[in-house]
Design a protein around this ligand. Structure first.
Ligand SMILES: Cc1cc2nc3c(=O)[nH]c(=O)nc-3n(C[C@H](O)[C@H](O)[C@H](O)COP(=O)(O)O)c2cc1C
Length: 188
């Protein structure tokens, strides 16, 4: 069974980003795919220190759980990420994860190439499209394939759970997850 890894970049275990990842996982599971969600709540993902020690080894020297997450990304066919918008950008720990996983792939066997996925951003009021664009940079430099949806993958909400009331946002994210699943099946 093909697998999709979903990462919630929020520090909140039951926040809006986690809830939208759960919605996507439900859609993927209904399509017959395996879906696993990793939450960054309670984790501290450090920034890349540019030591280049991953070159040829495929292993990051920083011991904060990133290597285990990278192994899960490697094993999955799909990779969906969600971030709350913080001052018009993605949350730092999530970008740290993307930059380090990106270096592991880029400096070694390019394991990210041809994986299917993309980003979703949750915001209270502004900055979601810029945040989507910021996260897309990771997908496109790594030869990944990003399907579209019926709108950009953005949801509006502040308090935990509030974004689930953004019907169009939820529908857009669900359709995006469905398209990720369809594309994985077509590429298989
Ligand atoms: C440090 C910080 C910065 C934020 N910056 C923005 C922002 O620039 N634009 C916005 O619309 N919402 C901003 N928010 C609100 C969150 O994006 C919003 O509450 C989101 O739903 C949180 O998602 P979560 O429940 O998954 O953590 C910010 C929240 C925090 C804690």
């Amino acid at each position: 069974m093909e697998k999709v890894l979903l990462v919630s970049g929020s520090p909140k275990k039951e926040g809006n980003t986690m809830r939208v990842m759960e919605k996507c996982a439900t859609v993927l599971t209904a399509q017959g795919l395996e879906a696993e969600i990793i939450s960054l709540a309670g984790r501290k993902i450090e920034a890349c220190i540019a030591c280049a020690k991953c070159v040829g080894t495929g292993v990051c020297v920083l011991d904060d759980g990133l290597n285990e997450i990278a192994d899960k990304v490697r094993a999955a066919k799909g990779f969906i990420i969600g971030s709350p918008v913080y001052f018009g950008t993605a949350r730092g720990d999530l970008m740290n994860l993307l930059q380090r996983v990106g270096m592991l792939s880029y400096n070694n066997d390019k394991f990210l190439s041809w994986k299917v996925g993309g980003p979703i951003a949750v915001n209270r009021r502004g900055g979601a499209t810029a945040t989507i664009q910021e996260m897309l940079m990771f997908f496109f430099i790594n030869e990944m394939i990003v399907p579209g949806s019926t709108y950009w993958n953005i949801l509006f909400g502040k308090k935990p759970g509030e974004a689930m009331e953004d019907e169009e946002g939820v529908r857009t994210a669900e359709r995006f997850a469905e398209n990720v699943g369809k594309l994985i099946e077509k590429l298989a």
